[in-house]
Design a protein around this ligand. Sequence first.
Ligand code: SAM
Ligand code: SF4
Length: 370
Amino acid sequence: MVLLLAGPSLSPKSKCGFGLFVFRVIPRAHCAEFFGRARASKKQMPLTDKFGRQITDLRVSVTDRCNFRCVYCRSADPEKHMPAHNLLEWDEYERLVRIFVGMGIRKVRVTGGEPLVRPGVEDFIARLKAIGVQDLSMTTNGYLLAQRCERLVAAGMDRINISLDSLERERFERVTRTKTFDDVIAGIDAAQASRLRPVKVNAVLVRGINDDEVEAFAEFARERDLIMRFIEFMPLDADHAWTRDMVVTAAEIHARISARWPLVPIVHERSETARKYRFADGRGEIGLIAPVSQPFCGHCSRIRLTADGKLRTCLFSKDDHDLRYLLRGGATDREIGDEILRIVQHKEKGHRINEPGFVPPSRTMVFIGG
Ligand code: SAM
Ligand code: SF4
């Protein structure tokens, strides 16, 4: 049995054409494959929001727990963690990511809380790789990285971002409220010695805490030939201590570094968060992430999945959208995909940090997944 299908295209398989229409002969053996693809492509509606932004990046938070208490993120006081049964299981994450990938997600970043505190994260990385995620990365505080790096690489992880907010041991201990400086440096060493590329180191600069280390971080990037990224402090801290004058702007950082070492801009994708520069005279790279002073919402390609299965269309969203309910309520992949499409339609035009009356979201960074 063969099928004759009419369509407005010419192909080498064409048997005959009438005007613009072409009849393709599909052998019986290929019928199932054809219809399978047709069904799949029907599902694979690309994720585009109402402002025309294509959504290609998914941040997946695998836990709300963390072994650090960074001052700009968590509180010194104990927080209420999500009950275990509220957290997505690995199978649930895998199913959702498969649906997302079918809708055009190309980059997945595993984050938290601290992703390395959740047992089984290496297997999860391997499962994501098997789904066909094109660009698979993790953001970690680096504490457990040295001992886990090889397994993450073997699982198929492509690249890594490691947080390091001070190069001075005591200050690092005050910022993170831990004594783990050597472990984090060992984590960076392990990442640099591995196949993970690029290795990016992230610092959140907070005025009066670590803003005097801009040049030292730049030297760190040059000496180690890595990408040093400076992230502006955002109003997502658990203590709600953020004020505008605590933000060290990208412009200030650029001026300070380039006064010492001329910087050359590097072309970046429009949707990238960082403005990138290399040193004119040597190794290393700088990334400036300026969500407060130079918002990049107009080209945002990101959505976030929280550890309890909520979809967030912006770090600063007021609401999140429950996908766990659908997962556990017996919804089909198609129904979940349709709901994701609907949610993405409502992605915010931009955050409102710089508008009067801005109110920070009720979830803080550790509960959203950065
Ligand atoms: N625990 C991991 C870590 O610290 O890398 C991953 C999760 S953490 C929430 C992800 C990123 O968010 C880190 O680079 C962290 O520095 C950043 N971050 C946390 N709170 C922030 C804030 N209030 N403003 C800006 N960045 C923040
Ligand atoms: Fe933990 Fe990362 Fe938040 Fe620091 S920034 S407290 S390491 S989640």
